[in-house]
Write a protein of this length. Structure first.
Lengths: 440, 440
């Protein structure tokens, strides 16, 4: 066995990911030392309650409730507590003491990233966060390093496994949203309070992180437009299927040119129609995938497990080996790059294609009336499908459903169009408005 | 504009990739300098013939025929000549002078990797080669860095776009191998001499590189078992479709336990049956994808363009920014890790599942006779499908086709089984033997 300099690693938090990090280090510590060129010595695991039950066994002598004390003298600190505080304060203390820090904390990076990256750069330390987005899938390094010589145009990400599971079950099994959510909860994919997932707060945090990285521009979480999946109905899923689409909750990061010809960045999350032939349409169950459109590289996709204790531990341990190698080599860490500093564009300036479903009176002139509304608001119609919905009871006119696909239109024009449609005499109801993302 | 220290970059070769590297550097040089934290100054482009036509314009004053002279004084050398010599000698000269080297040369890395990596480590330089495998798809960094804390069990890679295009056309359009190859040639996917692609020499080089990286073990190209696609027939493609499979040329890197319980590595390339539901089955046209099965991360897939001048330039420029950052930070490069040093196992010790098609006499006792042959050689039969092929002319017995799916069996046992079947009285012909890879 080769003798290496030992690097002292402090672990904060021993939940499902932390317990697996300890287990993997115990199982493969020597192998990881060989890869890193340095011994990796776990000096302690800070927890709130030493006697709490754990998903994997941790030697009792490693456990401590004194996180601050543990950080002192650590070369590398792994933060797996989650949430904003005390995680933020502890990471700042670790960075200020010169330790490299590894975190899987997406909420913290999305909320306080700039402060933390600045603290790291100040002392030449590095903050690693591969596990914060899409769990085990390597996406941070590919964006920061592999694509560093390219220009990312757009990212379409399925970055929340819970909602992908729910939408996939609705699509494949015809379940309702409630049934699919209940199943996801029973299987442990969804938490008791599923709000963060189904209202897309989780996906929005990941969108902020991916956009910041891809566009070298600090994108705050508040700037991410967000719609969850709670309004998605079985009828919409079924109509999407008939039209050759599947509904996916997408985190979208896009470099755009605004009306004045200036470059800007959009980060947004919403359920969208994805063509069946698109690689993202084949991402089933709770899997995640990040689809990247780059100027030179063309289309790339990164696919795998987006969550899970042992899967996320893989990303944490990859960062740990990188941090250890960095300590062996010396020199400052790679600073987070925000030189791009592009303006963040509001959702109103985004342009996409749409599919709008209308319940209309089945009478002559309806199509012309509806087409006029689109035309008046500068929204160009690409396709129209009409189906008779009901022949109408006595004294009522028959109704029909119109499904209208548009060319690229701005959110602002589209919103105005929908308002005008809703108040148009020939339209009984606007039953569905969905964006279409991803080329056929 | 920020003023940076300038790094001097020498480019060797100006084919389709080299010309695009120059074009992208001219277009995005300032942006790349911001990302790298260093100016990137292209000091020259070494070519064989200054007046040869190029796919993108290169300023004439940059062109030189003196590659050795250009290397002197370069901080970073980008080798895009291809082939073994003079690429090998020039890279060694560059590394020995302390320059970092970036190459897209898969043949060279697969053949002389250990020599080149040793030369780099000797002087603390680094050899980058993201573009050598799967073109634009980031796979080297994910394997070396992101998965550095995990144990890779297996890699299944579609790493040759030409053969994937051919097999995809055979599958989707019912074309013959010859028709699909002719189309691939007409579209520029296949070279005038397609041997390197269709005989899988190209894929074998990539398998050697991926296996070396994934298992921290130097896997020489000679140790890679190789079968091309030239024997694949339209009948096999059609039979695969009926059975729920698609035939893909796979580069397979596997960590195995041999008969004595010792760990070893297998690297091999052959056309295999992939279940339709497997993510690799959805990789169409000339696209590449690398599917990785890891202990903690689970299943991952990396998908994108595997070739093309501008796509490959994306990977080269990503390496260029990484090399530039490394120069800014200082310290030695990350050495290639071969501490794993596992034995390379021969193809005979590999175990997989098989599908074997037999043309047999349609008479009582045939199935029992065939089953006995499998049994005698220790190969366990999982499924049998029988179809009557011909009722037989007068004086001849009718024939039937038996398609036999096996459980996992060793190559050695399977080869013995096939030999015994071929000489069995009830078997007229062994019409197809294909391995099955990828879980359902």
């Amino acid at each position: 066995m080769i003798e290496y300099r030992n690097l002292r690693v402090a672990l904060l938090g021993a939940g499902s990911v932390g317990a697996q990090v300890v287990a993997q280090l115990q199982k493969h510590g020597e192998e990881l030392a060989n890869r890193a060129g340095a011994g990796i010595e776990l000096i302690g695991v800070a927890v709130r309650d030493i006697d709490a039950p754990r998903t994997a066994e941790i030697p009792r002598e490693l456990l401590t409730t004194d996180a601050e004390g543990l950080i002192v003298g650590a070369d590398i600190v792994v933060e797996l507590i989650g949430g904003l505080e005390p995680a933020r304060t502890l990471i700042l203390e670790a960075l200020n003491s010169g330790a490299d820090v590894i975190t899987a904390n997406k909420a913290l990076i999305a909320t306080h990233g700039p402060e933390l990256f600045a603290a790291a750069e100040q002392v030449g330390a590095q903050l690693f966060y591969e596990a914060a987005v899409a769990g085990a899938i390597p996406i941070i390094r590919p964006l920061r390093d592999s694509l560093a010589g390219d220009q990312v145009h757009r990212i379409l990400g399925i970055v929340n496994g819970t909602t992908n599971y729910i939408l996939d079950r609705m699509d494949l099994e015809g379940q309702s949203l409630e049934e699919a959510l209940a199943e996801a909860t029973a299987l442990g994919y969804a938490e008791a309070d599923p709000t963060a997932d189904i209202e897309a707060y989780d996906a929005a945090q990941k969108a902020a992180i991916l956009a910041s990285l891809a566009f070298h521009t600090s994108v705050p979480i508040e700037a991410v437009y967000r719609e969850g999946i709670t309004a998605i109905t079985g009828e919409q899923v079924e109509a999407a299927r008939r039209a050759g689409y599947v509904i996916k909750l997408l985190a979208i990061c896009e470099r755009m040119i605004d009306a004045d010809g200036d470059a800007g960045v959009s980060a947004r999350v919403y359920p969208a129609l994805v063509p069946r032939a698109h690689p993202l349409a084949a991402v089933h169950g709770a899997k995640n995938a990040v689809f990247v459109e780059a100027e030179a590289a063309g289309d790339l996709m990164f696919y795998g497990a987006g969550a899970g204790g042992v899967e996320t531990a893989s990303a944490v341990l990859g960062d740990l080996v990188s941090a250890a190698r960095r300590h062996v080599i010396g020199g400052p860490g790679i600073a987070e790059s925000t030189h791009g500093d592009l303006p963040i564009l509001p959702i109103e300036s985004v342009t996409t294609r749409y599919q709008i479903s209308l319940l209309v009176n089945d009478q002559p002139g309806v199509l012309a009336a509806v087409a006029t509304v689109f035309n008046e608001h500068g929204v160009s119609v690409e396709t129209v499908h009409q189906t008779v919905s009901s022949l109408g009871a006595e004294g009522e006119s028959a109704t029909a459903t119109l499904v209208i696909g548009t060319h690229e239109a701005s959110e602002a024009s589209l919103a105005d169009t929908v308002d005008a449609l809703a108040s148009n005499d020939t339209v009984r109801a606007v039953t569905s408005v969905l964006r279409v993302e991803g080329s056929e």
